[in-house]
Design a protein around this ligand. Structure first.
Ligand SMILES: O=c1ccn([C@@H]2O[C@@H]3COP(=O)(O)O[C@H]3[C@H]2O)c(=O)[nH]1
Ligand SMILES: [Zn+2]
Ligand SMILES: [Zn+2]
Length: 245
């Protein structure tokens, strides 16, 4: 099954020239929204994409640039379309997403008292492959980001790796390419400064060319244009363009 990817945005958390790093993944007529950050509603509006054309949302972790648009998404689906959005989420993220992020804004006594009242929740467990649609499967892979906080990268159809925000994990990338048929890697990048909770361009440039050629860079800062031609065998993913993966 050929997948297509259209990023709503390719910016890092504080980018202002680019929307948040959220993507629409198309598998034939099925549309999965990967992360729904603060700017997702505006990015969808800019693309002319109605919310009810999205079949499900999957979230990687609970930073604002990945979940900050969920409150608006849920309210507009409920009161505008009379529907509950399908939400794929790692079991370990349910409690923090509801208790620490959404409860304050979304809860209404007797109407919305839990995440299940606002979303059609489908739980994901590490190591288990979930069939999302006839042409789309996903496996979540926990990858380090903020110490003590869970964050999950995604492996689609056993061949496409989509990194969550994460630190550099060369062994994982090497294993996916050499042992698990990985054809394409959508990877976050931090262009300047120390990585700390992200993967730096310098780190990615240390990968062998056979892996770099598979990588498209995303989640970058406003300085991206000045790095064109300085990314080895890797290219930048551009927001709103449709890529066949
Ligand atoms: O220890 C920390 C924790 C966070 N941060 C910043 O906050 C941002 C939160 O969203 P993000 O994960 O896309 O990017 C993160 C970084 O830009 C940081 O620099 N160091
Ligand atoms: Zn982020
Ligand atoms: Zn993050």
């Amino acid at each position: 099954m050929t997948l297509r990817l259209q990023m709503l945005g390719t910016g890092g958390a504080f980018a202002k020239k680019y929307f948040n790093n959220n993507g629409l993944l198309y598998a034939e007529d099925y549309t999965l929204l990967i992360d729904c950050g603060i700017t997702a509603p505006l990015a969808l509006h800019t693309l002319g994409k109605p919310l009810d054309e999205i079949d499900a949302i999957l979230i990687t972790h609970i930073h604002g640039d990945h979940v900050g648009g969920l409150e608006e998404f849920a309210f507009r689906m409920k009161y505008g379309f009379g529907k509950k959005p399908v939400l794929y989420i790692a079991d370990k993220l349910v409690r923090p997403l509801w208790e620490n992020t959404l409860k304050g804004g979304l809860s209404q006594d007797g109407i919305i008292d839990s995440l299940d009242d606002a979303f059609e929740v489908r739980l994901l467990t590490e190591g288990q492959i979930e069939r999302v649609s006839p042409g789309l499967s996903v496996e979540i892979i926990q990858t380090p980001h903020i110490p003590g906080r869970a964050s999950y990268s995604l492996y689609f159809n056993g061949e496409i790796f989509y990194s969550a925000d994460k630190t550099f994990q060369p062994e994982l990338l090497t294993r996916l390419v050499r042992e698990r048929n990985c054809r394409k890697i959508l990877h976050e990048v931090q262009l300047t400064g120390p990585g700390e909770v992200h993967t730096t361009l310098q780190e990615l440039l240390s990968l062998p060319p056979e892996i770099q050629t598979k990588i498209l860079l995303m989640h970058y800062g406003d300085e991206m244009e000045s790095f064109i031609g300085k990314t080895g065998e890797m290219d930048f993913l551009r927001q709103h363009e449709i890529y066949t993966l």
